[in-house]
Design a protein around this ligand. Structure first.
Ligand SMILES: [Zn+2]
Length: 370
């Protein structure tokens, strides 16, 4: 349950009164009224006249209030970022792609992001900002021991941005944001799921009852350093050996395929060659998918999710997903896989930005009483 759900329903016209919200969301009228009041008080919604009545008092109509500032979002990867202005319901209005090198460290990267966001908002007041990073982020917006972000460990992205913009901030790991984007895209049908981001790195997020599960320190779902059977003594960037990341990340796959004599530069090359049916690439991808499946089998048995959703560049490789799915069915208790959905993300390239919209709007809103 979330304030952003109410905002989304009102903005799309699916529900424009308290009674309709109560019916669509399945919440008690008193719960809906309390939340609508919060949104009215905070200026996100407004009352705009009266609707028709089937007898009794006419319902007061609700609408999304515009003109009180924009939400800014930046979803950052290793070499590329998407920056956007989002509307009052958290949907991207205008998106721009920027080049960056996350390994250059926080100051130059955030300067570049702040400049791009500043241009996009064009002097309008900023209601809130969300930033996604390709590494672990603690609950206070501090980056914690990232393996692919040299110079960022211990850096407070939240403090840096707060000093620059002075607006409420959300700083989150990219897999967490993509998971929330998927929750927005699928709505109430998808409540309990695990999201896997299989790209250059490999990350995961946990969503329970439609809400992000961050854990005690904010790093719940980080599966990249779980040990896998085939990992052996393969050294990992974390200092340990045999982690999932050394086998099933795009970066590890690129290195493995190169060792086998195929020229690839990055994960995108790998995906292209997989679609062309290159036998070395497909063999390596199948192997990596099975190792991911080993880890997911433990996660699924433990958490009993409704779905395992895959996003990131490798999620478009059917044989990688099929290999993971095969191991899941082999290794899981039948009860956990009977109705388990295992499939590709539907939220598309804007998943991270949709997740930013949801979290920025929900931030500061009290959790609804159930
Ligand atoms: Zn590791």
């Amino acid at each position: 349950m979330s304030a952003a759900q109410i905002m989304g329903l009102v903005a799309s016209g699916q529900a424009t009164s308290r009674a309709e919200l109560s019916r669509v969301l399945g919440w008690a009228p008193s719960t809906v009224s309390a939340h609508v009041q919060e949104l009215l008080d905070s200026g996100l919604l407004e009352e705009s006249g009266e609707g028709s009545s089937r007898g009794g008092r006419r319902p007061r109509l609700l609408s999304v209030r515009d003109g009180d500032g924009v939400i800014l979002g930046a979803d950052l990867g290793g070499h590329h970022g998407r920056v956007a202005v989002l509307d009052g319901t958290g949907r991207p209005q205008r998106i721009e792609d920027i080049d960056l090198d996350i390994a250059a460290g926080p100051a130059p990267v955030l300067e570049r992001v702040a400049e791009a966001l500043g241009e996009l908002c064009a002097g309008r007041p900023v209601r809130g900002i969300g930033v996604g990073l390709p590494g672990p982020v603690g609950l206070t917006g501090v980056v914690v021991g990232p393996s692919r972000m040299p110079g960022w460990s211990g850096f407070s992205v939240r403090d840096w941005l707060a000093a620059r913009f002075g607006a409420p901030l959300v700083v989150e790991n990219d897999a967490n944001l993509m998971a929330m984007g998927e929750a927005v895209a699928r709505g109430r049908e998808l409540r309990d799921f695990v999201f896997i981001k299989a790209g250059t790195g490999v990350g995961a997020a946990v969503v329970t009852d439609g809400r992000l599960h961050r854990g005690a320190r904010g790093v719940a779902g980080d599966i990249s350093h779980l040990r896998v059977p085939a990992g052996g003594d393969q050294p990992c960037s974390c200092g340990n050996f045999g982690c999932l990341e050394t086998i099933a990340s795009g970066a590890a796959l690129v290195a493995a395929v190169r060792r086998d004599g195929v020229a690839v530069r990055n994960t995108a090359d790998l995906v292209r060659l997989a679609h062309d049916g290159n036998p070395t690439v497909t063999t390596n991808l199948r192997f990596a998918g099975r190792q991911l499946g080993e880890v997911l089998a433990t996660v699924v048995n433990f958490f009993n999710p409704q779905a395992v959703i895959l996003g990131g560049a490798l999620s478009g490789c059917d044989l990688f997903v099929a290999a993971a799915r095969g191991v899941l069915y082999e290794r899981c208790l039948p009860l956990t896989t009977q109705e388990l959905e295992i499939g590709e993300s539907t939220a598309g390239p804007d998943a991270g930005l949709l997740g930013i919209g949801r979290l920025v709007i929900d931030q500061g809103m009290p959790a609804p009483a159930s």
